[in-house]
Design a protein around this ligand. Structure first.
Ligand code: BMA
Length: 865
């Protein structure tokens, strides 16, 4: 390939201009992480106790990054495309070799110098940049310098010039005022789950690239799905440096498209010369490829995720390869179906013509140091989402556009992406032409990068701003409202239509379609519902609403005990200690966790029990919502809870904590997001069993229910055959236990539990246990819990350890955990009926059967009092 890349990765020097800090920082990397390594945040680091509070002050400085690089003379030589190869008439003007500085992520306010000469200035961490360097580089040593102006002054000055509202603007402890005045990860300035760590650095790949003659742009692919085949309309364009009047500019280059099957077989290969008139500086071709008997891509739970690979190559007249691009493609149709119906207007993702129930969570940046996550850690997070039966992830608009790996992994795991553009909970300076140009370029650049991904389901203008303007009562002007409409209903949809025409555009989350028209309407569009948690309502509040698509609802809990252990010392382990309050960024969050606990559970006996109960109550809250909306699928077609992950160890709404430890909620998600779900809403002494099936095939099996007392004695039991059509939910059994539960003292119900289970033909089970009184009122008996190697080999076919978990009496929310290691169990925080042993697989982590008894700790609800 005639393209040569010199990576600028590796160690750079960095120093603050006030001489306070000097360090070696990795590229791609984070200045804050480098300073942490130098001990600037203390020996235990940024996350420990309240050390994070030091970061904001560091960010109030300008920093200079510098690096010297050695360049071969050959890298700077003019191109090889000599006249001899270019044929007659080539005058040699516009030598074809060009060298660029390409930077995929510059955080944020940078002035770039090469050998002392200023090359460019940037002010947007969300964009990729390419700057021509031709004459500035020399053979041998070259010095690169990047001066980062501190963003704190920049945003303060901008707010002084024109004050624009944003969330937490009156809570500087929670978020730095003015975070909406710069194109940088907003949550790096603090959020109600994240610390204030406004980082600085080259956070994505940075390189020098030498192209000969031309460079390929990002191809576009438009899919046309027909009976038994898919037509791919392909377009590729190049940037070419031959003088426009040079005839060779017309005919010289050749584009080649090659499509590989999911199995890696080359299915077709075509070459074409630029179409007439699309030559000169931007030669382009359009061609069509037909895939017979296509392997169709489906969201998880509906089918598999076969991925094709399209390679586009650019050749010079001598047949030398000048540049190459490769894209993974899923052959599918994917979008949003909105149709008027008896309830209002539906809102559902639709794949290959089938509207499906979206199940997932909101994704936030994986770490305060954006460069610390690896492909492996991102894959682990996405694999854990898929393990919990997600088929959707919403990339929230207050962070960053994730890495290419993130989207490729969503393609591979079948997680449909709801992609917010990076605008959230703030008003933006849209009438500033510089700002407007910046966000247009940013949106175009990222949509160009994301559009081909099979998982790309929807692009959304912003998080919560249409709703904010209508219901939040923050100070704003008509000009602000006009700017809002201009930004999300004109400018950005136009950019999206040009850059990603096949990706559905939605103006805001929540929205009912735009124009500030009842954006959080429960009968149209998507909805954010915070009456539970922020509104202090009971869990059952969810069951009063039949939203069309839930894109946000949530409940907080503390992270895993081991995670708390990582940032506290002994004396801090009290939820109202300064350290535990610092690792809680939702105002009054720890009090609220406590308040909710008191509604449903008894006062915890110790700190560990409190942490456990906070997670159980979080899981119970979300379960109520998800099960209700799944029972009403068709009317409701999405349950996406706030939030999947954490960017540091903190009390938050996440279901997986910062160290990747599953909370009770993530295990609950795995159950209530399962394709097959048996749910059991209780009203008074009545209960109903509903069977939901989100698969594309019908299911059949048997529903069992057992009413027991807290000693485990069976009071009443029953079963019935049950089946569910594909993509359906229906009531299977109505149960009335008035006769069994009503007694003069009104206390009998405290001594009863209803276990329910659906065994379906393929052996899978769904089920659980419910009570007719709040858990705190149950007269649970102390349970003798036991865990041992499962009968037989004690391992499954994959050699994974199998555990048999049992209890002598009914026990609720049985937790398996280990003090000395992290294990992933096939299920956790589940009920035991006092008779049936549960077989649990250790899906991740090592556990020898000889270690089971001493390593695995068991706890259930009754143990917490
Ligand atoms: C919604 C989200 C986030 C926030 C969350 C929890 O507003 O959009 O901004 O973190 O609620 O409060």
């Amino acid at each position: 390939m005639q393209k040569t890349i010199v990576s600028l990765g590796g160690m750079w020097k960095a120093r603050s201009t006030d001489g306070m800090y000097a360090t070696e920082v990795r590229v791609p990397g984070s200045l804050m992480e480098a300073l942490e390594k130098d001990g600037v945040f203390g020996p235990e680091g940024l996350f420990y106790r309240e050390n994070n509070r030091k970061a904001e002050d560091i960010a109030k400085r300008d920093f200079v990054f510098s690096k010297d690089i050695e360049l071969e003379a050959s890298f700077l030589e003019p191109g090889l495309l000599e006249a001899s190869t270019m044929g007659k008439g080539f005058q040699g003007a516009g030598t074809p070799a060009r060298i660029f500085l390409e930077a995929d992520g510059i955080d944020t306010l940078a002035t770039i110098f090469v050998n002392g000469k200023e090359v460019a200035r940037t002010q947007n961490m969300h964009r990729r940049y390419r700057f021509a360097l031709n004459s500035l580089l020399v053979p041998g040593k070259n010095s690169l310098e990047i001066r980062f102006a501190n963003t704190m002054d920049f945003i303060t000055r901008a707010q002084e010039k024109r004050k624009l509202w944003h969330a937490y603007w009156d809570k500087p402890d929670y978020a730095t005022p003015g975070f909406n005045r710069i194109r940088k990860s907003q949550c790096s300035y603090g959020w109600d789950w994240g610390p204030i760590v406004p980082d600085i650095g080259l956070w994505r790949d940075t390189r020098l690239v030498r192209y000969e003659g031309a460079r390929l742009g990002t191809p576009t692919v438009h899919q046309v799905h027909l009976e038994g085949r898919v037509e791919l309309d392909l377009n590729a364009e190049a940037a070419c440096w031959l003088e426009p009047d040079n005839p060779l500019a017309e005919t010289g280059l050749e584009f080649e498209f090659e499509l590989f099957s999911p199995g890696g077989v080359s299915l077709s290969r075509t070459r074409s010369a630029p179409r007439p008139g699309a030559s000169g500086a931007s030669p382009a071709v359009t061609t069509r490829m037909v895939v017979e008997k296509p392997e169709i891509w489906w969201p998880a739970g509906l089918g598999s995720q076969p991925l094709y690979r399209l390679v586009v190559r650019l050749f010079d007249p001598a047949g030398r390869l000048l540049d190459e691009r490769s894209l993974t493609l899923g052959l599918r149709t994917l979008g949003v179906r909105r149709e008027k119906d008896q309830w209002g207007e539906s809102f559902a993702f639709e794949a290959n013509g089938i509207p499906f129930f979206a199940r997932g969570a909101d994704w936030i940046p994986e770490d305060v140091y954006l460069t610390r996550p690896t492909r492996e850690s991102t894959e682990r997070l996405i694999a854990d989402a898929a393990l919990a039966n997600y088929n959707c992830l919403r990339v929230w608009g207050g962070g960053v556009y994730p890495s290419d790996d993130f989207y490729t992994l969503c393609d591979e795991y079948g997680l449909v992406v709801w992609q917010d553009l990076m605008f959230a909970c703030a008003i933006y300076d849209v009438n500033d032409p510089g700002f407007l140009a910046e966000i247009k370029a940013e949106a175009a650049d990222n949509l160009e990068r994301l559009r081909h991904h099979a998982s790309m389901g929807l692009v959304c203008g912003n998080n919560e701003m249409e709703w904010g303007f209508v219901e939040w009562g923050f100070p704003h002007t008509n000009e602000n409202r006009t700017e809002y409409l201009k930004q999300y209903q004109f400018v950005l949809p136009e950019v999206a239509a040009a850059a990603a025409p096949d990706v559905y555009y939605w103006p805001a989350s929540p929205s009912s379609g735009g124009d500030f028209e009842n954006p959080n309407d429960s009968d149209r569009g998507d909805t954010h519902f915070w009456a539970v948690w922020h509104g202090n309502k009971d869990f059952k509040e969810y069951e009063k609403y039949y939203f069309r698509f839930m894109s946000e609802f949530g409940f907080e809990s503390f992270p895993n005990l081991k995670t708390i252990g990582s940032f506290t010392n002994e004396e801090d382990r009290n939820v109202f200690s300064p350290v535990m309050e610092d690792h809680q960024r939702c105002d009054g969050g720890n009090q609220k966790i406590f308040a909710y606990l008191s509604k449903y559970f008894r006062f915890p006996a110790d700190f560990a029990s409190l942490v456990y109960l906070s997670q159980v109550s979080q899981a119970e809250a979300i379960r109520h919502g998800v099960e209700h909306w799944r029972r009403n699928r068709g009317r409701c077609m999405g349950a996406v809870y706030w939030q999947l992950n954490d960017n540091w160890p903190v009390a938050s709404w996440s279901s997986i904590d910062y160290y990747g430890r599953w909370k009770a909620l993530h295990y609950e998600a795995r159950r209530c997001f399962g394709n097959v779900l048996l749910s059991c809403p209780v009203e008074g002494f009545k209960a109903e069993l509903h069977l939901s099936n989100e698969g594309r095939s019908p299911i059949a099996g048997t529903v069992f229910w057992i009413l027991v007392d807290t000693a485990g004695t069976v009071v009443r039991t029953g079963s019935s055959p049950a089946e569910a059509a594909p993509l359906s939910s229906s009531l299977v059994v109505k149960l009335d236990f008035s006769a069994d539960l009503a007694d003069p003292s009104g206390t009998l119900a405290r001594d009863r539990l209803l276990f329910h289970r659906f065994d379906h033909a393929d052996g899978k089970i769904s089920g659980g246990a419910v009570a007719f009184v709040p858990a705190k009122s149950l007269s649970l008996r102390p349970a003798r819990l036991a865990v041992r190697a499962a009968p037989g080999k004690g391992v499954d076919v994959q050699g994974r350890t199998l555990l048999a978990v049992s209890s002598d009496v009914p026990a609720l929310f049985v937790e398996l955990d280990c003090a000395d290691r992290d294990l992933l169990f096939s299920d956790n925080y589940f009920p035991l009926d006092g008779k049936t042993e549960r077989i649990i697989t250790v899906e991740r982590g090592t556990l020898e059967s000889s270690d089971i008894a001493k390593v695995v700790r068991l706890r259930s609800l009754r143990d917490c009092y």
